[in-house]
Design a protein around this ligand. Structure first.
Ligand code: MN3
Length: 210
């Protein structure tokens, strides 16, 4: 049985950008429900996976959409909490900063293009900053529960949840305002840099805690 992963900060730590009330629903109810539903989908299986990453891979192999939706959403939310930090107004540095400048022109241009990627995504899903094995960074959006961890050679650096439940309490219907705040004031650049270093070293990066 997998557990709901803890937040890496206090539920009030991202205020005023993301409220304690949002976390009381988004983490304690939405994320928790995905974990519970994943566990229910895995109950009584002989080949029970040892990690959430393995549960996602199993769902892909067996074309089990219900398991995939709940396992991928469990993973994506754990990654999303780590993609934000209370001091998130900072800047990327080092190799990651150089890769962002090469791909987008500047950190400011990255922030605008990342927000635009999330705004332009139709309906529910996720906006990602990813890198390839050579260290080149790019933007990807995925629909519903879809995740980039099933993609060969792709390492996620940052993700923004663009499901309405991610922003409706704090921003109502204003997804563009939420994504502007995310891109400018919430990104955990030290986490993105650790993911970037892992990708370049050929290692796995962040894993959902078990
Ligand atoms: Mn969500």
């Amino acid at each position: 049985m997998f557990k709901l992963s803890d937040l890496p900060y206090d539920a009030g730590a991202l205020e005023p950008h993301m409220s304690r009330e949002t976390f009381s629903f988004h983490h304690a109810k939405h994320h928790a429900a995905y974990v519970n539903n994943m566990n229910a989908a895995l109950k009584d299986r002989a080949n029970a996976p040892a990690t959430v990453e393995d549960a996602v891979a199993l769902a892909v192999r067996e074309k089990d959409q219900k398991l995939f939706n709940n396992a991928a959403q469990t993973w994506n939310h754990g990654f999303f909490w780590n993609s934000m930090a209370p001091d998130g107004g900072g800047e990327p540095s080092g190799d990651l900063k150089a890769a962002i400048d090469a791909a987008f022109g500047s950190t400011t241009a990255f922030r605008e293009q990342f927000a635009a990627k999330g705004v332009g995504h139709f309906a529910s899903g996720w906006a990602w900053l990813v890198c390839d094995r050579a260290g080149a960074v790019s933007l990807i959006d995925t629909h519903d529960a879809d995740t980039v961890i099933t993609r060969e050679g792709v390492t996620p650096l940052i993700v923004a949840d663009v499901w309405e439940h991610a922003y409706y309490i704090d921003y109502r219907n204003e997804r563009p305002r939420f994504l502007k705040v995310f891109a400018e004031s919430l990104i955990n650049w030290r986490f993105a840099e650790s993911q970037y270093a892992a990708a370049k070293a050929g290692s796995a990066g962040w894993r959902y805690p078990v």
